[in-house]
Each structure stands twice: as structure tokens, then as C-alpha cells.
Design a protein. Sequence first.
Length: 150
Amino acid sequence: MEGLRLGRGMELSLPAELNGHPGPMHVLELADALNLSEEQRERVELVFERMRERPSSLGEQVIESERELDRLFADGRAMLEEIERLTDQTARRWGQLRTAHLEYHLYMLKVLDEEQILRYSHLGRHGSGDYRLQGQPTDRLLAENILESP
């Protein structure tokens, strides 16, 4: 629960990490090794702050959905229709939370250059270090809008 409240990734963005899309937190941790410029560091810090705020709010919504489902059973009000509604709501909120984490990984492709991304992959985040850089042109286009979204 603490991870949800604090907006932590909790491996929700693992598909991005494993495929060469670094996340803001890990980029900040490796800022010196990646030779980030001051401008890059500032952009990553800004994105990291936004990444912590939005998922934290979404995490609270997930917690509330889970509590509602628990109360439904605790109060003896569990009916199939209500269970379906609450589990759908909970799943939607988990999906929104995961999307919120994954989108910031796309933005890192806009901030970092290819050499830095390759260096990141060689540092071996989340496993073998054998990351694949797939779909970068599209990802970079999608990433351009991330800071503009609410």
C-alpha cells in the first residue's frame, strides 16, 4: 500500500525498462555515469516530480477501489453486479496507474541521446543489460506530448 501512496513504480514499467526505455528515477540515479548535461538533468528532475505526483493520486484511487471491494464483502452486500462494477473500476485504475508510469519512460527517449540510452542499457538495469532499442522514432513522437498533458 505504501508504494501506491507514494507513486512508486512497483515494477509496473518493467516492459519499458527491459526494452531499453529508461525511467526518470533510474536516469537520475545514474546521472553522472550517463554524463547528463545540466539541461538534461533539469528536464529529468521535472519529469520525475510529475511522475511522482500523478501516480500517487492514481495509487490512492486504486487503494480506494480495493477498499470498496473489501467493504462490499465485509458488509455482506456482495452481489455479482456490484462485484463486476468494482473489479472493472479497480482494473481500470490499475491500468491508468501503469500507463502513468510507462509514459514517462517514453519521454526519457526524447531527453537522452542514443549513446546515453546505450550506456544505460550496458549498466544493466533490471537484468542482463541486453536491452533492445525498438520503435524509437514513434516513441520519440509520442514522448513530445507528455509534459503537455495534465
